[in-house]
Design a protein around this ligand. Sequence first.
Ligand code: NAD
Length: 434
Amino acid sequence: MKIAVVGTGYVGLVTGVTLSEIGHCVTCIDIDQTKVEKMKKGISPIYEPGLEELMKRNIRENNLFFTTNHREGFKDAEVIYIAVGTPEKKDGSADLSFIEEVAINIAQNINRNVIVVTKSTVPVGTNYHIEKIIKQNLVNDIKFDIVSNPEFLREGSAVFDAFNGDRIVIGADNNKAAQIIEEVNNNYGIPVFKTDIKSAEMIKYASNAFLATKISFINEISNICERLGADIEGVAQGMGLDNRIGSQFLNAGIGYGGSCFPKDTKALIQIAGNVDYEFELLKGVVKVNQKQQRILIEKLEQRFGELGNKVIGVLGLAFKPNTDDMREAPSIVIIKELLNKGAIVKVYDPIAIESAKKVLEPGVNYATSVDETLYKSDAVLILTEWDEFKEIDLSLFKQLMNQPIVVDGRNCFDLKGALENDIEYYSIGRKEIN
Ligand code: NAD
């Protein structure tokens, strides 16, 4: 089919590229000219394993196109996907201004009957809002249907997820439109779950809120484990063996970050509030997460007292491994706090350095390797569980640092290894080695 995708961020670009891979003719539209010029040459503006390879092949085979021009992109499109951002507003609610702009773009530029599919995460009822805007601004006598198709990809494995996701959710009022979108997705080979539009919109928020709850829950348990002398790794493993619980999202750490959980949890609290419902549990989840992001600073202060002029190495900036996305990464909060307390901060990340430079405070020193980060540091914090860090030769800490003090927010090493290598090791929900 002929498909247009509006917005080429993590969701839009992966959607466009993989739809072209499964046999559709796709034009991706973005207002960012520099991005579009790059993508036309087969260069991905984001780091996502496997994406560029698929991009290059489908551009070569004339299945995949990029433009900044909405009219050109929508020309003859049978399906239009909306994948623009829905960032957080000051009050925590979702900012729909990008979505509204796209709805007007659609109304003014489509030249044939079309199905408008919303991939962006939008508050319950937004698809009807989109429908209304398009109707009010239509310039031609054209019929269109709306379908909600929330996205569940994980940054860092988005291409894999496109072909191996657990389900594709399709929310529609019109059975014919739902069926066409199911057919569009056929070659992904993933089970489809069909429902109404509002329920589809809610599935996305409820899923993210539930996963965030799991993370805050295990983080609370880890803090109690530390105080009681239990070991969170064993506790999580033992819990995860129960199929009703499942082992995923039970890694204790420094709290969730990224472009989705922080904003979607807050947006759902607002969505509930708008219908006079106080989502007390989710408010607790958000509060616990904010507290957890400060936990390594507390551990450092307990060890050193004042942090002024201490050289603190930071390994890992991205909110999780295999991505360059720095949005709402806990590293931002932690580094800001370290600088406020007068520490000298030296950071390293295998992929996210360039995106980090755009969001971190001035005054941060950027290292180009693990060794450089460790060299003459008074303590090292681990904020992202990149494989490169999990595979560090543990003897390096003693060799390179002023004193081998490691404060690990991701439990990358086992306690035995730390002990054998004379590392003073503080981790999450486990015994201290000192
Ligand atoms: P993003 O910010 O990375 O990308 C959005 C893109 O849209 C940008 O390139 C921007 O230039 C472009 N854009 C804005 N207005 C436009 C317009 N009028 N026409 C064309 N392009 C326009 O966003 P993202 O991370 O891909 O997220 C998109 C949506 O998907 C959000 O609602 C998000 O909550 C949701 N989502 C994100 C993820 C994720 O892991 N990133 C996962 C699932 C769902």
